[in-house]
Design a protein around this ligand. Structure first.
Ligand SMILES: [Zn+2]
Ligand SMILES: [Zn+2]
Ligand SMILES: [Zn+2]
Ligand SMILES: [Zn+2]
Ligand SMILES: [Zn+2]
Ligand SMILES: [Zn+2]
Ligand SMILES: [Zn+2]
Length: 1773
């Protein structure tokens, strides 16, 4: 119901009004004066529900223009121009990004990844030549060009480079005229006050009294609906339809979209009672299921009107301040000026943010931003204010439910990422603490009894998740790390305050999600683990930032370290007991703890943070226990406890002790090691253990480890003596393996700067090397497995290039990514015990490396431990472990157990690890010798004891009976040799000679043993192979039928091989038509094997029918008029096909043959099975069973019908020597025309007016009666043959299949319900034959391939089957129907048959090849008698004359349309058949005009004169040009005709045509046509002349040709369609699309703009705003467009996601867009952001897929392999 009581618009005098305002302004009370005006006019403008345009005009006239005049005192435009001239040229670009616009970030120069450029600045600046990333903006944010703080170099683009003189900072307000400043101050202040007053007003039914209209309020109310995050679109739409009177689905959808976009919408206007009623219904119907109801309010119109005005006023103010620097500064200062209550107006808006609806928030933010962000001085002040209110803003945000980007909290990124502002705020305003305190408060609520955070999923309030946004702010605030000389005392103080708060957070996280080993029963439910990991990942960046800050100042470092150590000691369990253990004479007091029974947590951020700090100790010459770091309780033994427990937990889990704890633990362990988390988890734990190893005595350290691993018993020699009591031996073996592994890591992993003598680059290179040792990788695989680049201090790309070579994809022309391969010299770095390898990585890498060594044919296959870098002095003590008594004892023990005949606690893995440890020790010893350091003496200790290491190693080398792996044996020999070498180097080397000898002799022996073994192995292998091959033979014999040949091609016997064709061509050039027709041979399939029953069978007309699997679809790929929608199948009259080919039906086949009955039972079986399944899970298939779709049982091609195989047609004719008829073309034509005339004459007498085909056929005799005798007899003779065939005796099964195929072609080809009896059935069968041939012809033309011999046999077979089917399909139709079709067809050309219906109306509208096929197939029925047909289109003379007639018509078309094809820009085809430049070359030369050309030229002039063409002009061609053009233009038609008649007659193809040719002559001679086309016109009798005249003198033709408005006409040759051209640079595409707005919601942003690659149209996809309905189904814009543009099949590009959507009906799939980065990789979803360029090959493949109708097939296969695609509602896209 619309509001009736419209308030009349009051009048006012502008000068009086302005006078009053100026006066009040001078007195200092402008606001009351404004309000007096507004309270009348705001209501009349915004309270009357005007249409938007009128509202806009009125608002300008009554509200805004007076203000502008008030401000300027004269024409505002003039004043604003003057002000603008005074502006300083801005150095800031500041362009605000819309959603979807491209942004660029320079990886070389950007200070942080949030610094971005707009496309203009990027393209006009230096960074485009740097390494950059590209992305699409999510909306908001602005271009940082010109901001010196954002870039390390090149801060300006060419557009924003600073002018010479503007650096002296001047207050821009001083440039304003004084009186203007006064007025502006008053106006801005008044406007802002009004805005704040109205927007913070919280009553719905009245306003402050000075805004209230005098007198009673009208009873005019509004029901206002607000958005929320709970209800879905559909719920809202349904509710509205119920609650609001007369609300249609469309309206409801519009309301819902509006609410979603703007945050609220008026859904109803009326009196209070009805509004309230509406509100109640909405409230009740949405709160039914206990959920929160939708928010609805009934508001008085006057309130809404003023709120609306506020929004406009904000936009207006923004426009004002953007006009002048001075006005902007003025506005900002005013808005930040404190009012009486101490708060400024801006602060009031800030604090009120979450109470506003969406669009009001956005506009107020924009106003603030447009003011403060562009002015450095104001921005600073704003930053302070924002920080002051930060806790309040964040508290409100956490309680709010709007998206982050529409909350004022999101402005933080604009402030805190500016380094100078952040530094100022941290120093002077305690920013770190300001952020952390409210966050800690939020955490406080999540603490458990132990004071540790517990983030359970059960607690569903999102407020904690929202609070986590503060961590981003913290990260921003820490971005600008101070250099050592930037620290001030104030900064230190404030930083350390924040640091302390941060440690409190880490303390709350220390010990999250403790786990306890389950014994007995499995855990009942999986415990929580995700929340803690999510928090950890968010904190990661902050942790590394804090560490870095600490590392730049000694004072800060020491304080921070102490704070952290103290905090950590508070977490310690003080009740922990200790016990004493003695190993190798060393007694140690160990802490008591049992990981198997006491709780362990994987979350230790505080310990790890301390470890991270610790590595910087060396930078300040500090160490454990030095006086500066005197912290109580700083005990390294206690510090290693927590990380050690985690290592033991993981080792036990590996050993299978934690099986009952389920997946939660496994997931925790997985993520603990995962590349996303390990930097602040696993890596730091190892670091802490290394710190411990450097600070604790080596023997003591090892005893602590052994104790925690529970291995103190295991290292006793007597452990190996079986006692039969310990049944945990297997677990102990594994724990020992893990223990040795940990030692290898502690000793070998030195790639941490500060720990080892390495750089950050070295660290990264080592990661890359180890990844590439697994296998060569593409760039994306590498970056996926490397840590996030933002946290790294080295450049990933540099590291990769330093160690690897890029190899481009090998095969040329294929789209694919290249791979990185490791440089040869880097392989020596390979360490199988690299700590970031998981088990699979490790074994895979080892395998790859051994294989590589073997391929290199190097004699030595050893993969020895690489030489590690040196420890820094602070950590040097770690290597001492290698010469400690305990370790030497362990090594010796395991070597002894390896040698021993029996050992229950030994494993080869232990030995391998021990050998690696020995290797490390030898490296260390060697290094020490080189450096002259004699304190390290591993060799000495190893040679003590009995037996010593040399003896043990030697006996293992000589008798490796316990060792099964070759790699271990190789390593053993290597170690022994190395041992001897190093031993010789030490001065303590005693006996060089003997050892050497021994070593070499043992080596020889070893070789001999190896050879012996190899011989034995070879023998064994031989035996096995023999056995296997015997088994295979047996299997083949038993299953002979299976092995015969299931391959499709070999199972068919084709009549003629290509060889035969060329053979026959030697004798004479074959001719397919006319008197001199050559003898046919059998082509197509003559014999086939059924893929279902494997039986072979001859194709014949009277036996069991055979069929090809086939797929019929509607198609628009060849449409010459993309703007024209395919005609609805129900209303289509398909007899004449329109020359623009705007829709057709295409049939293809995979070429697999089946018995008709075999196929039927196969299909029945699917039906039964799927019906059963369908009832349970609908849409569960990749094919649509309702549409009769199925997958070919052999190759799984998508199919929906079967094509019957008809034997060679000539074999069906009994009387092959068709009588020699002597009939001229003219007489033939005359006879046909008489028949048509006779039939139409009879029509007028026929009474049946309702008959849509008012023709009555006449008998042959009634026609011959009208002819001269000789002609009559010949004409009679010509039609004699029709009764001579045996076609009528087709077997029942063949007839049945023919009917089935005809029915399917009809229903799928037209997209209509099946209808056996429809008269159009046979026409559609002819048309699909024609359409498929044209498609093949065009495709081969595009590929420059010959018509024959180049296409796959399945296409050849399919077309052959289609042609033969078209020829016989009249057998399944009533003859009357075919006769009528024939008469209609003939009358189209010979009488006035065109021009009556809608389509086509004149000669140029008809596609002549479709016509040719139809008339060829229909003509034999013209004079048949009786009801059943028995005729085949095999009469060579008939066929010849038909072809001549149709070709004549086609040449007339070409002549009429000649000028279109000359200039036709549309003819800019994919690949032009002829290069036009050829003409250019010869253009200068005068070509000879032969007689044919001259004759054609006069025909041309005549025809065009008749058609009413203007007199000859310059555009007219020269005769030779015309001839050439005609030949070029009719060639496609001749090529199609050749395919048709070849398949129809079986006359072989001449050799010339098996190669690519552009000559028409070979086609003419095969088709028995004259090569001089003028002969088609001349001397053919005056009848033809009359007919041609008739074609050309049609009025429709004239208007079609010469009035611009009418439907477009085609040009010949028809260009081959192609997908639209795409730009090379992907960002260009993004930019192009960024201006696209949703067409159905007033220019608003579209979330998923999607571009049709067929026509280039962009639609707003997958969105409610653009949903429509097709056949009662709700569909998205993409589906809707596809339905119109591609008859249901579509290929579209989702530009923002860089992926292609393929749609086929209601199914679809995603594939990557054809854009690749420099590594040849696509970026689906635009996640990596590398610059992308068009990959021409991939795009060509897409074109091919589309043009050859393979999209439905591709979709089906994609769905088959990605079952999750099934759940997408593709039709909503
Ligand atoms: Zn810019
Ligand atoms: Zn710029
Ligand atoms: Zn750069
Ligand atoms: Zn079969
Ligand atoms: Zn197949
Ligand atoms: Zn839309
Ligand atoms: Zn399109």
């Amino acid at each position: 119901m619309a509001m009736k009581n419209v308030i009349a618009t009051p009048e006012y005098r502008q000068d009086t009004l302005l006078e009053e305002w100026w006066n009040s302004c001078e007195k200092g009370n402008l606001l009351p004066a404004l309000k007096k005006h507004w309270r009348i006019f705001v209501l009349s403008v915004f309270g009357n529900n005007h249409d938007p345009g009128k509202e806009e005009r009125l608002a300008h006239k009554f509200l805004f223009r007076p203000m502008e005049y008030f401000l300027c005192r004269q024409d505002p435009e003039v004043v604003f121009e003057e002000l603008k001239a005074k502006n300083m040229p801005s150095q800031l670009c500041g362009k605000v990004f819309k959603t979807g616009e491209p942004t660029y970030s320079c990886r070389d120069c950007a200070n942080d990844p949030t610094c971005v450029l707009c496309i203009d600045c990027f393209q006009n600046g230096a960074h485009k030549n740097h390494r950059y990333k590209m992305n699409t903006s999510g909306g908001g944010g602005y271009c940082d060009c010109g901001d010196q703080e954002a870039w390390t170099s090149h801060p300006f683009c060419n557009l924003h480079s600073p002018n010479e003189v503007n650096q002296d900072e001047k207050n821009p307000i001083e440039t304003l005229p004084v009186d203007l400043t006064d007025r502006a101050s008053a106006l801005f202040m008044a406007a802002l006050q009004y805005i704040v007053e109205v927007l913070t007003w919280n009553q719905c039914d009245n306003l402050p009294s000075d805004l209230q209209v005098e007198g009673e309020l009208n009873d005019t109310y509004i029901t206002m609906l607000f958005n929320d995050e709970v209800h879905t679109f559909d719920q809202v739409i349904k509710t509205l339809q119920r609650a609001v009177k007369h609300c249609t689905a469309q309206q409801a959808r519009e309301f819902a979209t509006l609410v979603d976009r703007e945050g609220r919408a008026t859904v109803y206007r009326g009196c209070f009672t009805s509004c309230e009623q509406c509100r109640t219904i909405i409230d009740q119907s949405t709160s039914r299921h206990g959920s929160k109801p939708l928010k609805v309010q009934v508001m008085h119109t006057v309130v809404v009107a003023h709120q609306t005005f506020c929004l406009r006023l904000m936009v207006w103010l923004q426009k004002m301040i953007e006009k002048s620097d001075g006005l902007r500064r003025l506005f900002c200062l005013l808005s930040m000026k404190p009012q009486e209550d101490g708060k400024s107006l801006m602060e009031k808006l800030l604090l009120h943010d979450t109470q506003l609806w969406k669009v009001a928030r956005i506009l107020s933010h924009q106003l603030l931003m447009a003011g403060v962000l562009m002015d450095q001085e104001c921005k600073k002040q704003f930053a302070v204010i924002f920080t002051k209110w930060y806790p309040n803003v964040m508290r409100d945000f956490a309680r709010d439910d709007h998206d982050h980007e529409v909350c004022v909290a999101s402005l933080s990124v604009q402030i805190y990422t500016v380094p100078s502002l952040a530094r100022m705020l941290v120093t002077d305003h305690d920013l770190l603490d300001v952020i952390l305190v409210p966050f800690l408060a939020a955490c406080e609520e999540k603490k458990n009894a132990n004071g540790v955070l517990s983030l359970s999923k059960a607690d569903r309030t999102p407020s904690f998740k929202r609070a986590c946004f503060m961590l981003y702010d913290l990260k921003y605030a820490l971005l600008c790390k101070p250099t050592s000389d930037e620290w001030s005392d104030k900064l230190r103080e404030s930083f350390l305050r924040g640091h302390q708060s941060f440690l409190k957070l880490l303390k709350m996280m220390q010990g999250m999600d403790e786990v306890k080993r389950q014994t007995g029963m499995h855990l009942e439910y999986e415990p929580e683990w995700e929340g803690a990991f999510n928090l950890q990942m968010r904190v990661d960046d902050v942790i590394s930032s804090f560490t870095e800050w600490c590392s730049t100042d000694r004072t800060v470092y020491i304080e921070a370290y102490k704070q952290a150590a103290q905090m950590l000691s508070q977490c310690r369990d003080t009740t922990q007991k200790s016990e004493q253990h003695t190993v190798c004479g060393h007694t140690v007091k160990c802490l008591k703890y049992d990981v198997q029974s006491q709780p362990v947590s994987i979350h230790l951020p505080l310990s790890r943070y301390l470890a991270g700090l610790h590595v910087y100790m060396g930078d300040y010459n500090l160490q454990f226990g030095c006086p500066e770091l005197n912290v109580q309780g700083l005990d390294p033994v206690k510090m290693i406890e927590p990380p050690l427990k985690v290592q033991v937990l993981i080792a036990q889990s590996q050993a299978g002790l934690w099986r009952r704890n389920g997946y939660a633990l496994l997931n925790q362990i997985y993520f603990y090691h995962n590349v996303k988390c390990r930097q602040e988890m696993y890596d730091k734990d190892i670091l802490m253990l290394q710190i411990g190893a450097s600070a604790v005595d080596s023997n003591e350290f090892l005893i602590h480890l052994l104790n925690r691993y529970g291995l103190l018993l295991w290292i006793r020699p007597e452990y190996d003596v079986p006692t039969g009591q310990d049944d945990n031996v297997r677990q102990t073996i594994m724990l020992a393996e893990e223990f040795l592994n940990l030692l290898l890591i502690i000793l070998g992993e030195r790639y941490v700067p500060g720990l080892g003598q390495v750089t950050h680059e070295d660290t990264l290179k080592r990661e890359v090397i180890h990844l590439l040792c697994i296998s060569p990788m593409s760039n994306s695989e590498l970056s996926k497995n490397l840590p996030d680049s933002t946290n790294l201090k080295a450049d990933i790309e540099d590291a990769i290039h330093a160690v690897a070579n890029f190899r481009k994809p090998t095969s040329v022309g294929t789209a694919g990514s290249g791979k990185f391969e490791l440089k040869n010299e880097c392989y020596k770095e390979f360490n199988p015990y690299f700590y970031h390898y998981c088990r699979t990585d490790q074994s895979q890498a080892e395998e790859t490396q051994i294989k590589r060594k073997k391929e290199e044919k190097s004699a030595n296959h050893t993969l020895p431990p690489p030489v590690p870098p040196k420890f820094t002095p602070q950590f040097a003590q770690i290597s001492n472990l290698l010469q400690s008594d305990v370790l030497v004892h362990i090594l010796s023990l395991i070597l002894q157990r390896s040698v021993a005949v029996r050992s229950r606690s030994w494993s080869e893995t232990q030995l391998d690890r021990v050998l690696h440890l020995i290797g490390l020790a030898l490296h260390e010893q060697r290094r020490n010798i080189h450096e002259g350091n004699h304190n390290f003496d591993f060799i000495g200790k190893a040679l003590k004891g009995e037996p010593n290491f040399t003896q043990l190693l030697e006996s293992l080398v000589t008798d490796p009976k316990n060792i099964s792996h070759d790699s271990t044996k190789d390593l053993l020999s290597w170690i022994l040799q190395k041992f001897i070498e190093v031993r010789q180097m030490t001065s303590s080397a005693e006996a060089n000679g003997p050892v050497e000898q021994l070593a070499s002799s043992s080596k020889e022996e070893n070789e001999a043993a190896k050879k012996r073994k190899a011989r034995l192995a070879a023998k064994r292998k031989e035996k096995i192979i023999a056995k296997i091959s015997q088994m295979q033979q047996n299997f083949i014999r038993d299953n002979a039928d299976l092995f015969e040949s299931t391959d499709a091609d070999s199972s068919l016997t084709r009549g003629t091989s290509e060889m035969d064709i060329s053979e026959s061509a030697h004798h004479e050039t074959p001719v397919a038509l006319g008197k001199y027709q050559s003898l046919p041979c059998s082509i197509g399939i003559t014999k086939a094997t059924c893929i279902l029953c494997q039986e072979e069978q001859e194709i014949s007309h009277n036996s069991r029918a055979m069929v090809l699997a086939g797929f019929v679809q509607r198609s628009t790929v060849m449409s010459q008029c993309k703007s024209r929608n395919p005609t609805d199948g129900e209303n289509l009259d398909p007899l004449f096909t329109s020359s623009d080919l705007h829709v057709g039906s295409f049939t293809n086949s995979c070429g697999h043959t089946m018995h008709a009955d075999c196929w039927q039972s196969f299909f029945q079986a699917i039906l039964v099975k799927e019906r059963r399944r369908l009832s349970r899970i609908p849409h569960s298939l990749s094919y649509n069973i309702v549409q009769l779709e199925y997958l070919c049982p052999l190759c799984e091609s998508l199919s929906n019908t079967v094509i019957p195989l008809v034997p060679a047609l000539h074999s069906l004719v009994t009387d092959s020597d068709l009588c020699d008829v002597n009939l001229s073309f003219g007489d033939w034509l005359d006879g046909l025309q008489k028949t048509v005339k006779n039939a139409t004459k009879q029509e007028s007498t026929s009474a049946s007016k309702g008959d849509p085909f008012p023709f009555l056929p006449s008998s042959l005799s009634s026609i011959t009666k009208m002819m001269a005798d000789s002609v009559a007899s010949n004409f009679q003779l010509l039609w004699q043959y029709v009764n001579n065939t045996k076609g009528g005796r087709f077997s029942e099964s063949l007839m049945e299949m023919m009917k089935k195929f005809a029915k399917d072609v009809y229903s799928f080809g037209l997209g209509v319900d099946p209808d056996d009896m429809n008269h159009r059935v046979s026409i559609v069968a002819w048309n699909t034959c024609a359409y498929t041939i044209i498609n093949l012809e065009q495709y081969l033309r595009y590929e420059n391939k010959p018509l024959f011999g180049a296409s796959p046999s399945r296409n050849v077979d399919c077309i052959n089957a289609l042609v033969k089917f078209a020829a016989v399909c009249s057998h399944i139709m009533p003859q009357e129907v075919i006769k009528k079709h024939c008469l209609r067809l003939l009358s189209g050309l010979l009488s006035n048959g065109l021009g009556e219906g809608d389509d086509p109306q004149c000669i140029i509208d008809v596609d002549m090849f479709h016509y040719l096929v139809a008339v060829t197939m229909a003509l034999p029925s013209l004079y048949t008698e009786g009801t059943t047909a028995s005729n085949l289109p095999l009469n060579s003379l008939n066929n010849q004359y038909i072809l001549e007639l149709v070709l004549t018509a086609h040449i007339v078309q070409v002549m009429l349309l000649h000028d279109r094809s000359q200039d036709g820009e549309e003819g800019k085809g994919w690949v032009l058949l002829y290069d036009r430049s050829q003409d250019g070359e010869e253009g200068g030369m005068e070509m000879e005009n032969d007689a044919d050309s001259v004759a054609l030229m006069s025909m041309y002039t005549e025809i065009r004169r008749k058609a009413g063409c203007l007199p000859p002009s310059n555009n007219d061609p020269l005769p030779w040009q015309l001839t050439r053009h005609i030949k070029r233009a009719v060639l496609p038609f001749l090529r199609c005709a050749t395919v048709l008649y070849h398949n129809l007659t079986g006359v072989p193809i001449p050799a010339q045509l098996q190669e690519w040719t552009e000559e028409v002559e070979p086609f003419c001679s095969y088709l028995s046509l004259p090569t001089s086309f003028s002969e088609l016109f001349l001397n053919q009798g005056e009848l033809l002349e009359r007919v041609v005249n008739q074609w050309c003198s049609s009025d429709v033709l004239r208007s079609r040709l010469y009035s611009a408005s009418s439907r477009s006409v085609v040009s010949y040759p028809l260009p081959v369609n192609h997908l639209i051209d795409l730009p090379d640079d992907y960002s260009q595409l993004i930019n192009q699309i960024s201006s696209f707005t949703c067409p159905s919601s007033k220019g608003n942003d579209s979330q998923l703009p999607t571009m049709c690659l067929v026509c280039g149209l962009v639609v707003c996809s997958q969105s409610y705003c653009c949903q429509t309905e097709i056949k009662d189904m709700k569909v998205g814009a993409a589906t809707e467009h596809t339905y119109r543009c591609g008859a249901g099949v579509g290929i579209l590009l989702r530009v923002r996601e860089c992926q292609i959507v393929l749609l086929a009906g209601t199914k679809g799939c995603f594939i990557p867009a054809p854009y690749v980065d420099s590594y040849g990789e696509t970026d689906q979803g635009l996640r990596r952001g590398n610059p992308l360029h068009l990959c021409k090959d991939s795009y060509k493949n897409l074109q091919k897929m589309w043009f050859t109708h393979c999209i439905p097939e591709t979709v089906a296969h994609n769905i088959e392999s990605h079952m999750n695609l099934m759940s997408i509602h593709w039709q909503h896209l």
